[in-house]
Ligand binder design. Structure first.
Ligand SMILES: [Zn+2]
Length: 245
């Protein structure tokens, strides 16, 4: 793949310089990976071994995209090809260990290994507001990794497990890009047309939770299928290492 990500210790991946149309703000998105060198290299390997650079995004002008029936393909109306490499830093700005407080909070979730979290629900999809919210120029997304599981292990099997966990979280980032990129292209239009002046924010949250239910069935065929879409030749090896834990 072109534009290979540099193999460094801590690194920053330069993102797009974007004009936030709504508030005349310019925002440059970077991805900063703040893990020790061994784990950084695992991240780099996962990113550099992506076998497709394309995820299908929604169209900011599509007023009916979120009207699909529950059992149809969730992303049937997402038909605009987006470059993952180009847009990744917009969807995820940080990959880091969990703080001890986050660890306590996240460990309540079954089998917490890592999580992708963002403020999209607040800055882009708030339910029941009367004014256009600040939008994607204020978007923050990050992948938080469980340090207890991975910090002091650097054997081959742990590396494969961590690759699987990171690939899983990155698929959540790719799904976010389907919505985030059209919102970045023209936030006012996205709010007015795609989100119907906010009336469809609930539908976006619903779409997000349906997709999470599908992917977050840990160790399942659905999860593997999702990861295979982006890493077809490596997904099974990582998955098998993960399942042995
Ligand atoms: Zn997940």
């Amino acid at each position: 793949m072109k534009n290979a990500i540099p193999a460094a210790g801590h690194f920053r991946l330069k993102g797009e310089r974007l004009a936030g149309v709504a508030f005349r703000k310019t925002r440059e998105f970077d991805l900063q990976v703040s893990l020790p060198p061994y784990h950084n290299n695992v991240v780099l390997d996962v990113l550099n071994s992506l076998e497709t650079d394309e995820v299908m995004g929604f169209d900011e002008n599509d007023t009916t995209a979120l009207k699909s029936t529950p059992d149809s393909d969730l992303y049937a109306k997402a038909t605009t090809g987006l470059s993952i490499r180009r847009w990744l830093p917009a969807g995820c700005q940080v990959i880091r260990w969990a703080t001890s407080e986050e660890f306590v909070e996240l460990s309540r979730k079954r089998g917490f290994r890592a999580v992708y979290t963002s403020n999209a629900a607040q800055v882009m999809f708030p339910i029941g507001v009367s004014h256009i919210p600040i939008g994607p120029s204020a978007f923050v997304g990050q992948i938080i990794v469980n340090s207890d599981e991975y910090q002091f292990k650097d054997d081959e099997n742990t590396g494969k497990q961590l690759r699987f966990v990171l690939a899983h979280e990155l698929t959540h980032v790719f799904d976010m890009l389907r919505l985030l990129v059209p919102a970045l292209r023209n936030w006012r239009r996205f709010w007015h047309k795609f989100l119907q002046d906010g009336q469809r924010c609930g539908a976006v949250i619903q779409l997000h939770s349906e997709q999470s239910v599908f992917v977050d069935d840990y160790g399942s065929e659905n999860e593997l299928k999702t990861i295979r879409e982006y890493w077809p030749s490596r997904a099974d090896g990582w998955f098998n290492a993960f399942r042995k834990t």
